[in-house]
Design a protein around this ligand. Structure first.
Ligand code: HEM
Length: 100
């Protein structure tokens, strides 16, 4: 089970990075209706992968790795989680822009 969740964790992390790369390419092109639609779909993929990554990550914290007590006292983990949440909040700005 631990291996499966580690695999899902990597899969979602790479999907998220790929979606960001595609968005960078798309926003440099002319914003046509087709491109705007691609941007919305890519942004949805990004949102879904980030959500699954968070859920899978929390499941690993609580059930499949070293246990919650270990991670809540790990500065490296807390920093990673804080950066993840901060970037997720900041990414609402481009998402709202794309939706408009
Ligand atoms: C973009 C965001 C993230 C990336 C790129 C990322 C990437 C990674 C990588 C490369 C590893 C090491 C390989 C492994 O053990 O599978 C790892 C481990 C881990 N991640 Fe993440 N992660 C992200 C977000 C999160 C979040 C949001 C959580 C929890 C809420 C989380 C929880 C964990 C846990 C519990 C481990 C196992 C650490 C250990 O070996 O003790 N990750 N992550």
């Amino acid at each position: 089970m631990s291996t499966l969740f580690a695999f899902l964790h990597h899969l979602m992390a790479f999907t998220l990075v790929a979606a960001i790369a595609v968005e960078f390419v798309l926003i440099r092109q002319e914003i046509t209706r087709a491109n705007a639609l691609r941007l919305l779909v890519t942004d949805a993929v990004l949102g879904v992968s980030a959500t699954i990554l968070l859920i899978v990550g929390l499941l690993r914290v609580f059930y499949f790795e070293k246990g919650a007590a270990y991670y809540w006292s790990s500065h490296a983990f807390l920093t990673k989680l804080a950066v993840f949440v901060l970037v997720a909040i900041l990414s609402a700005v481009p998402t709202l822009e794309f939706l408009s």
